[in-house]
Structures are given as C-alpha cells and as structure tokens.
Design a protein. Structure first.
Lengths: 174, 437
C-alpha cells in the first residue's frame, strides 16, 4: 500500500454532518460481518443506509430493515454518499458507476472503507468533482470525531477544552 | 439525525505537543455537566437504552460501556491519554503492571507456545515469566539481548514475541530497541517494550519499531506512590491477518459468534480484544479512582521527569567520587557503556532509577539502606519521594545467583530511585549512610 492518506478532521466531520443518506456497496445480511456492524452503527446515528448487494437483492431480502438493491442504479435518490465496502479491486468499477450516476442520484462523496484503496478510482472521482475519502471507516471516524471511540481506549487525536453544546433536539429536555 | 455538535478544530494527535497531550488527551469537559476535571465514574454497570442497544454492545457492534470490568469512562480517559503520549493506537489499563503484562501476552501466546524475554528485567517480571506463566503453558526463553545472534536463535526456535525494558530495572541499562525491532520484524515476531522506567517523555518505543508497550502506572506515570496500575499500548501497525501466527486475533472467536477481531476492527483489534476478551475473562481491571490519580500524575509528567533526571544525574556523579562506592551504573554518566544508546533512545534524560556497588558486598549493601533517614526503604520506584533498596535481599530475592547477576542485582548492588527533593539533602543522606556502612 502506498503512503498513508491524511484528511483533516474538518473535512471528515463536514462530510459526516452534511450527509443524510449513504448507500453501502457490499453491505452483508450476515450480522457478524464488518459491513453489517458499520451499517447498524450508522443507522443508530441517524443515517439512512441503503445496502447494495446483488445476491440479497435477487432473493428479495432486506438488511437491517432496508431493502437490498442490486446496483447503484437501483438505489433511490437522493443519496449523498457511496460507501465502498468491497475489495480494492472492485473500487474502480463502483466508482465509475457512481460518477456516471452522480447527477441522477445526488452523489457528493465516494468513501472507500478501511483497507480499500484504489488511487485510480480516487483520481477519477476527484476529477469528476466528487469528494473522496480512502481507507477510512465512517463508523470509526464518527466515533473518533465525536468521542465514542475514546470509550474503547483509543487515541482520538482530538483535543478541545470547549464544553460541547448538546444537539438541538436535546435542548430544553429534562 | 447526525450529531450536531461542532467538530473540534484540532488536528491529529501528533499535531499537539507532548505537554499539551499530557494534560488534555482523553479529557475534554464532561459532555453532561461541563466538569473540566475528569469525573470519577464510580459505578459497576451502565444502563442500556433498550434491548437492541444492549445487544449491539454485547455483540461489539457499537461503542459504549456495559460493566466496569470491561471498561469505565474514567479508565478510558487514562487509556486515551497513555495511548496518545506513546503515539499508539489504543491502550488497555489494568490493575497493575503485572496484570498489564498478562494482558499483553494473552492474545498472542497459545498454550505450548514460546516467547523470549531479556535477562535484564525487573525481578518480579522474571518470576512471573519463569514461574507463573508455565502454569498457562506459556514458555519463556530468557536471552541476553546484547547478544544478537542469541536473539536470532531464540526467535528462530519459535518465540512469538520478545519482551524487553527500554531502560532496564534495576538501572543504568539501555536496550537497543531499533536493532531488536529489526530482528523481531524479520522473524514475524512482536517486540514488546516495558517503558515504565523511561516513560514516554524520555523514550518513544513505537518510533523505534516496538509493537506493544507495557507500563506499570504505579511508577512515574502516577508519580506520587498512590496507585497500583498498569497499561498495555498497541502501536496498531502489526498486521495480524497477514501474519497468521496469532489466531486469537485473526481467527473466529467463539465467544463472539465467530467474529474475527483483525478483520472486523483492523488496527483497533488488539485493544478491542484486550477489553472484550482479556479484561472480560482475566478480570484484572483498573479501579476508576486509580485511573483518576494516574490522570492527575500524567498532567505533570514532563516537569517531574526533568527534575527526576537532573537530581538523579547529580547524585550519580557525586557517588562516582565516593571512596566506598565501587561503581555507578547510570546511563547518563560519561563513562557508561550505555551512554550512546541513552543519547539515541533517551534524549530528554537517562532516567532516575539506577544502581551502584558498595564496597563490602551484601552486608554493606544492607547497612547503607538501613542507615538512610530521608531515602525511604521500600520496594517501589518512580515516586516523588526518593527510595533505596538492596535488590539481592528484596526485589530480586526469588532469583538464582545467576539470574541476579544477569539482571544486574548482585550482592553489592544498591538501587536508588531519585525523587524530587532538594538534591543536596539527598547527597547528605547518602553520605551519612555510606559513612556508617
């Protein structure tokens, strides 16, 4: 693997705040698989996650309450982020499809999972005006930025002496 | 919808200086109360939102707390801080340094398998590895880590890890971490470094290729002789899946429905495993109060270590001139055989724990210890209070004569841990004790 990729916290946090709906290519119906772990966590954080999994789709199956889709073309718009949860060798084809469908679906971000890296795919997506994140997990990044990752004893790399304001929905409660 | 709290503006951990991280890493204002100092979460268990949340936690699908044997918010703040100071991915705190050592090996060594350890270790570690670990059928081969062909030979015989102390107890010995890391990497083994005596302020073992770091938090990290505690830190760079030698981390874990830690958690795998399996089943968890006291200690780590090192070198220099002193083993002294290694690995100072040999052997060593007024005679180091001990009759007592000699704890050896008192008072106390020895 080439040099590690660095992204600012502001870039990652901006994506995770802006995005509402994610399509996860490679989401597994098996609850013990990493993709299922990540999908469930992201759902708990309020994202709608639409799984792309041809085998599950052909069986008419749902994954964590969401109907499985056979391809990106089959995903209902609007979806802001494509999460590539497949091997690196599949990333280029998925990314090219995301670029082709960009306007129709509203894709803004192509996010390749931790361990997934295709520099060619990343370059093509960036040239097409998409924001690209490579070799990161949105679940881990969400936990890292907003604190939950630290509960597991991990260095988040985040230091702040500000007392965070609660989210709007919590104001006035209690 | 997603969390609407603004993201902090700060960058990666490495963008903040060491002193900033020793105060702030892992410890922002409490989200609920605004408490600026880290609260002591004195609780055994944690409420679940609902059955699905509970299931997610038990399945390791989400981050959160279940039970304080597995994790506690105050302890987690300390884990983050130690991980940050060491430049590691994550840390797991434990009830003691010895418990941390068990936690370090637990995911790595199966029954009947071997690891190697330096002969220059804290006597308690030698005993743990040679007497108690065999009851788990973990086999330790002790090796002189300055004999590189011997290290290669022991790795070739199947040792899955090499355990060393960066600055070795009882003192004055600096380990050539970079060279040893080259040997372990070539053999597909791990380098585990006990960084207790050096602390991350003096030595950064991950920069030299270490894979895991262990600590006794009882010593300089807490700094006031208040707690028993430990930590194991994962550098996050060892590829468990590619290695295939560590099935505990790369193969299905039956107690978690066949989950593979390395596949599911990537570079978080070791630390997730240490909490979810290690602490779950070994149970040697750190108490929240001990984590709190250690957090307080880390806030002043660099300041204290600077003074510890300065006082220590002054005492060592004075001892070299004393007629009743045969030799002084302090890596900061100009004639120390470890001077070059100390300059490379311990650029901020050669530590505050060292040994000297008193003329008159065992009996003289015992008398020096007993005649001190200011130095405390006790079996601890890394305290603000200076301490003195005669290893041959105490900390290294369980060892054979050969083991004692190899560990630098022969009959004439006296160990000092230099504290933060007025250095002239320390010298005067030793002067009176040596005169009476």
């Amino acid at each position: 693997m080439a040099s590690p990729l660095r992204y600012s916290d502001a870039l990652i946090a901006g994506i995770l705040r802006r995005v509402r709906t994610i399509t996860m290519v490679g989401a597994s119906p098996n609850w013990k698989r990493p993709s299922n772990f990540a999908m469930k966590y992201l759902q708990q954080k309020g994202y709608r996650v639409i799984p792309v999994n041809p085998r599950a789709a052909s069986a008419g199956a749902s994954i964590l309450g969401e109907k499985a889709r056979s391809s990106l073309a089959d995903v209902p718009a609007p979806v802001e982020m494509v999460d590539v949860f497949r091997g690196s060798e599949a990333a280029l084809e998925i990314t090219r499809e995301a670029i082709r469908l960009r306007a129709e679906k509203g894709f803004e971000v192509v996010w390749m999972q931790l361990g997934v890296r295709s520099d060619e795919a990343a370059a093509e997506a960036e040239a097409a005006g998409l924001t690209v994140i490579v070799n990161r997990c949105p679940k881990i990044e969400y936990g890292r930025i907003w604190g939950e990752l630290g509960w597991g004893g991990f260095d988040r790399g985040v230091i702040s002496s500000r007392w965070p304001r609660p989210a709007k929905r919590d104001e006035g409660a209690g | 919808m997603t969390d609407e709290t603004p993201a902090p503006e700060g960058g990666a951990a490495s963008d903040w200086g060491f002193e900033t991280r020793m105060i702030h890493a892992g410890a922002g204002p409490d989200p609920v109360s605004g408490s600026r100092q880290t609260p002591i979460h004195q609780t055994s268990a944690y409420a679940f939102h609902d059955a699905d949340h509970a299931a997610s936690l038990f399945n390791l699908q989400t981050f959160g707390f279940i039970y304080s044997r597995l994790g506690n918010p105050t302890v987690a703040a300390l884990e983050q801080r130690i991980a940050s100071l060491e430049g590691g991915r994550g840390a797991t705190c434990a009830a003691s340094g010895h418990a941390a050592q068990v936690l370090a090996f637990f995911p790595l060594i199966e029954a009947g398998e071997r690891f190697a350890a330096s002969t220059r270790l804290y006597g308690g570690s030698v005993t743990q590895f040679s007497r108690t670990f065999p009851k788990f059928d973990w086999r330790c081969d002790f090796v002189d880590t300055e004999d590189l062909s011997a290290v290669e030979a022991v790795l070739a015989r199947g040792a899955k890890a090499l355990f060393v102390e960066s600055l070795a107890n009882p003192g004055g010995v600096v380990t050539d971490l970079e060279t040893l890391a080259g040997l372990t990497r070539a053999a597909g083994a791990l380098l585990i470094v006990d960084n207790t005596l050096a602390t991350p302020w003096l030595c950064q073992p991950f920069e030299w290729g270490a894979d895991l770091i262990v600590h006794s938090a009882t010593k300089f990290l807490s700094g006031n002789g208040t707690v028993i505690g430990g930590a194991v830190v994962d550098g996050g760079r060892f590829d468990w899946s590619a290695s295939g030698r560590f099935p505990g981390l790369s193969e299905p874990e039956p107690a978690y429905h066949g989950l593979k830690f390395s596949e599911t958690f990537g570079d978080l795998a070791f630390t997730v495993h240490s909490h979810a399996v290690g602490l779950r089943d070994l149970g040697a968890s750190m108490a929240p109060m001990n984590a709190f006291l250690t957090l307080l200690g880390t806030e002043t780590l660099a300041l204290r270590m600077e003074r510890h090192c300065r006082n220590s070198l002054a005492v060592a220099e004075w001892l070299t001139e004393h007629p009743k002193v045969e030799w002084v083993s302090h890596a900061g002294l100009p004639d120390s055989p470890y001077r070059e290694l100390a300059e490379k690995y311990l650029p901020n100072g050669a530590g505050a724990v060292f040994t000297f040999g008193v003329r008159g052997g065992y009996e003289a060593g015992v008398r020096v210890v007993e005649k001190c007024e200011l130095f405390s005679h006790l079996a601890n180091i890394g305290d603000a209070r200076s301490s003195i001990i005669h290893p041959a009759s105490t900390t290294h007592r369980q060892l054979t004569d050969e083991q004692r000699a190899a560990a630098g704890a022969g009959p004439e050896v006296v160990r000092l841990s230099i504290g933060l008192e007025t250095v002239d008072d320390l010298v005067r106390d030793l002067d009176i004790a040596l005169a009476a020895a």
